[in-house]
Design a binder for this molecule. Sequence first.
Ligand code: NDP
Length: 246
Amino acid sequence: DRPLAGKVALVTGGSRGIGAAIALRLAADGAAVALTYRSRAEAAEQVVKEIEGAGGSAWAVPADSGDAEAVWSSVAGAVDRFGRLDILVNNAGVGVLGPFEQLSLEDIDRVLRTNVRAPFLAAQAAAAHLTEGGRIISIGSCMAERVAFPGGSLYATSKAALSGLTRTLARELGPRGITANLVTPGPIDTDMNPADGESAPLQAGLTALGAYGRAADVAATVAHLAGEGGRYITGASLAVDGGFAI
Ligand code: NDP
């Protein structure tokens, strides 16, 4: 019942929220987990402690996804630390919402660097190490699947790019037995999108289930894709959104 025993995962943005839940879940399933963070070293060390406390292996590395060198060295660092790489989870992401005419060049560059360029670079770097059975799982968003309210132009643009990347990776890496998939969460209770936030009732109301999801709900699907259950799933987009995008 430790289906990922012997595997090594790298989870970007693993210090809080969905990424932390993914790191904890993959570790509970037996993987050694490297997790990146931008600035919250304490939160990242807390996740490492929790994993180690449960008998697992984890390592936290500061790596701003906006910085290409940092992305490359986090992949190399995970391989150095644990000797191999089997699972890449592109989770780190930022959201800047607002009327599209008001978004600055700085906003556009920052969001695209973090949400698009980083997963692209991490996939390139990881592909050099992944072997048969390898997995690349990226976290998109329901906001790229259904535009239910205004203000999400930049965020949706960035997350929509991941479906092009994912499907192409599936084609290019398929012959090596490596899969690539996208998971698109709906409103999930995290610091980025708290379930008691101002727009929470609107977001919850747009789902079929009428409620926010938990980070662990997303992690469960990532774990399924990472494990044997994901063997024949590639190029797919799986919504964990309570029915937001239907
Ligand atoms: P949070 O803001 O709660 O957590 C973000 C995590 O990513 C933190 O660990 C943070 O590190 C890290 N991070 C942020 N920017 C960078 C960066 N430039 N470099 C490295 N790490 C970074 O976000 P969520 O957990 O809510 O979101 C995780 C992913 O899920 C994102 O891609 C988001 O777009 C997506 N998503 C979230 C939804 C939601 O409703 N919550 C819905 C749909 C998609 P640190 O702790 O150091 O700041």
